[in-house]
Design a protein around this ligand. Structure first.
Ligand code: FAD
Length: 322
């Protein structure tokens, strides 16, 4: 059952931010993640502020400089089906089309996808884990088959979003508004590693909301892609995935950015893979080295060891397809 709470519709970002200054208030966008959390008593709430009627948070438009602005309320379907996104950033369109199910993509927003809570069954269940203010992560020595192999520290979740790694390789930023005005943060530093504070997923301060996502103009010849492996073809989160942005020059890699999904508490940049392919032709030897580099430093937890060969296969195959 849902707890009791007040519900208000904000008509502007300013009004939403004002509501958020009241204790126990949370943003309600599409509700696909938030209502599940409230239903499962992951956290409580005193007031929900709906941002769904704020016009300035909608739409996908090309900027004067040739980049793209996506309103935080753009649905995942809009992102997946936008002709502009498909043309300029196919990897992002691909990632959006891999999110959840058609119904969830129609209802869920891009802002909500970046701010969603982790899917760890201990966190979502009746366990007072470190992310809820407890003193341990139950995945350590527990049922950790869907947990991280990189970046675990105190808490061993994996970051659930498919769009965040795809946005990160494209050097996208989020625009945030709050009581102190607005600021712009690169998507790749928007999510917080658990070591910094295991109870926070993002750098959002109290009272702040994401208003838009900004993509820079793609460099000439940029190719981007997203590959996700999940346990079943129906809706499911990534067991391992890879967002890739590459620029080739005379057959060799001139520019490369690689972020993984499903293997770390935040979208995980693999400088190791980037270094393994930079300046190289994408031949068999380079692909093998890139796959080896992908898992360097990985620390599987016992029941998620399968993520090592899985990630290697994802890297090798995805790079070979570009
Ligand atoms: C069954 C299921 C399967 C799923 N599978 C996948 C998957 O495979 N891949 C994937 O990436 N995602 C998956 N998701 C997550 C889904 O994509 C998100 O639930 C959705 O994108 C969240 O968007 P929303 O608008 O519904 O957010 P809401 O549920 O309204 O909000 C989610 C959270 O973000 C906060 N929030 C929302 N908008 C803002 C904003 N603009 N500024 C600040 N805070 C904000 C809310 O307060 C809340 O804490 C799945 C979800 C479900 C329920």
């Amino acid at each position: 059952m849902l707890p009791n709470f007040r519900y208000v519709h904000a008509k502007s970002v300013k009004e939403a931010v004002k509501h958020l200054s009241d204790r126990g208030t949370r943003v309600h966008a599409g509700g696909t993640d938030l209502l599940g959390c409230l239903h499962d008593h992951v956290f409580g709430v005193q007031k929900l502020v709906s941002i769904s009627r704020i016009k300035e948070l909608q739409g996908i438009t090309e900027t004067a400089k040739g980049g793209v602005r996506i309103g935080a309320l753009a649905t995942i379907t809009e992102v997946a089906e936008s002709r502009l996104i498909k043309r300029l950033y196919p990897g992002l369109a691909q990632a959006a089309s891999e999110v959840a199910s058609p119904q969830l993509r129609n209802q869920g927003t891009l802002g909500g996808n970046l701010c969603q809570k982790p899917r760890c069954w201990y966190y979502r269940g009746e366990f007072h884990c470190v992310r809820k203010g407890g003193d341990r992560c139950f995945a350590v020595g527990g049922e950790n088959q869907f947990h991280c192999i990189f970046g675990g520290e105190m808490c061993y979740i994996v970051h659930p979003s498919d769009t965040a790694p795809a946005l990160s390789v494209l050097k996208a930023s989020v625009k945030i508004s709050g009581p102190g005005g607005s600021r712009i943060v690169p998507v790749e530093t928007f999510h917080m590693p658990p070591g910094a504070d295991p109870q926070r997923e993002t750098v959002l301060e109290p009272g702040e909301i994401v208003t838009e996502i900004l993509l820079p103009p793609p460099v000439p010849g940029l190719r981007s892609s997203y590959r996700k492996v999940r346990a079943r073809r129906a809706w499911d989160f990534a067991l391992a995935g890879m967002a890739l942005a590459l620029q080739l020059e005379e057959g060799a890699v001139r520019h490369a950015r690689v972020f993984f999904s499903g293997v770390a508490p935040v979208p995980w940049r693999s400088r190791e893979v980037e270094e393994a392919i930079l300046g190289k032709r994408l031949d068999r030897e380079t692909l093998t080295k890139a796959a080896e580099a992908a898992v360097r430093g990985a620390e599987p937890m016992g029941k998620n060891d399968y993520k090592i060969p899985l990630l290697k296969a994802v890297v090798e195959e995805e790079i070979s397809l570009l």
